[in-house]
Design a binder for this molecule. Structure first.
Ligand SMILES: Cc1cc2nc3c(=O)[nH]c(=O)nc-3n(C[C@H](O)[C@H](O)[C@H](O)COP(=O)(O)OP(=O)(O)OC[C@H]3O[C@@H](n4cnc5c(N)ncnc54)[C@H](O)[C@@H]3O)c2cc1C
Ligand code: FES
Length: 288
């Protein structure tokens, strides 16, 4: 993990108040594992002191025309897919190429603990389930799983079609993308958990691993489905964060266990957890 000041190379507006921020980060990009995140600090702003957590959407080699043919292409650019929701993300949206930001990265455990891969190997297909900007946590894991030859399918839901950003990036990695919007402007009308449930019900003999990221209600609904149909489920949690370093305890969630063991920090023990380990206390999920 490195705490650096890095240069913005591009900050491209997408649909629905989403942006793709690229920064040149030759030390942090190659150190990134799929499923990790970064804390971004807007420099010189006394009104936004806390860093903002962002999933590392992608890491890429720099687009340098001077590179020799055949030379190793280590990633040097880190990309963040984000949605403007408040003061910090609005300031991010105002960033221009050449400006600088503070970047603490890479943080958290990625998706590739040994036990995750064991479950992936036992599955016939891996189902990525994304709600809104939760999609940003899933591209690097999907790419790594595709590289390892796993069959994958994406279920992606948003309020409207403008929220379905990044679908094109998943195309080469998944056998199918199933889209849903609440207003019916693209894909199935309603929540994405409906086509997910239809698929689970249709393929009862198959074994799946669900990998889910999105708003709390969508996580809960997906966890409930995974439980009902008997599939293991990983969740990438996006709790509000203070330090991102395991110090402030602001991101703690309740997990199965007692005493100190009944809390874990999303920033250090996560952001990826087995769904069955998390205590879903805002609305308890029946065990059956
Ligand atoms: C590990 C992790 C990865 C994340 N990855 C991404 C990402 O890739 N792209 C992206 O756009 N966002 C991501 N987020 C959420 C992002 O950090 C927040 O949207 C951002 O911090 C909001 O800052 P703000 O100053 O613009 O909003 P604020 O002014 O702080 O808040 C504006 C509104 O957004 C809500 N909000 C703030 N933080 C969160 C949060 N963590 N979850 C849900 N609602 C929140 C507030 O309750 C409030 O309603 C991630 C969060 C975590 C913890
Ligand atoms: S954000 Fe401070 S402990 Fe996790």
């Amino acid at each position: 993990m490195y705490d650096e000041i890095v240069a913005v190379t591009e900050n491209r507006p997408l649909t629905g108040g989403h942006f793709l921020l690229s920064v040149r980060s030759p030390r942090q990009a190659p150190a990134t594992r799929p499923g990790q995140f970064a804390m971004i600090r807007i420099l010189g702003r006394a009104d936004v002191l806390l860093r903002r957590p962002m999933s590392i959407y992608d890491v890429k080699p720099a687009n340098s025309p001077g590179r020799k043919k055949g030379a190793a292409k280590a990633p040097e650019v880190m990309e963040f897919l984000y949605k403007v929701v408040g003061r910090g993300t609005q300031l991010m949206a105002d960033l221009k190429a050449g400006e600088r930001v503070g970047l603490l990265a890479p943080l958290g455990h990625g998706f590739f603990a040994e036990e995750y891969l064991t479950q992936a190997e036992a599955a016939d297909e891996i189902l990525h389930v994304a709600g809104g900007i939760g999609i940003a946590a899933l591209l690097l894991p999907a790419r790594e799983l595709a590289r390892q030859g796993f069959r994958q399918r994406l279920f992606f839901g948003g309020r409207t079609k403008a929220d379905l950003v990044g679908v094109e990036d998943f195309k080469p990695l998944v056998s199918r993308s199933v889209l849903a919007t609440e207003d019916g402007s693209r894909g199935h009308q309603g929540f994405v958990t409906k086509p997910l449930e239809d698929y689970l019900a249709r393929c009862r003999k198959k074994r799946f691993l669900l990998v889910v990221c999105g708003p709390w209600a969508m996580l809960e609904a997906s966890v409930r489905l995974a439980r009902r149909y008997g599939h293991p489920c990983l969740v990438s949690m996006e709790n509000r964060m203070g330090c991102g370093l395991g110090v402030c305890l602001g991101c703690s969630i309740r997990v199965e266990g007692t005493g100190h063991g009944s809390y874990q920090r999303v920033c250090t023990e996560g952001p990826v957890f087995w769904a069955e380990k998390v205590v879903w206390e805002r609305e308890s999920i029946p065990k059956t």
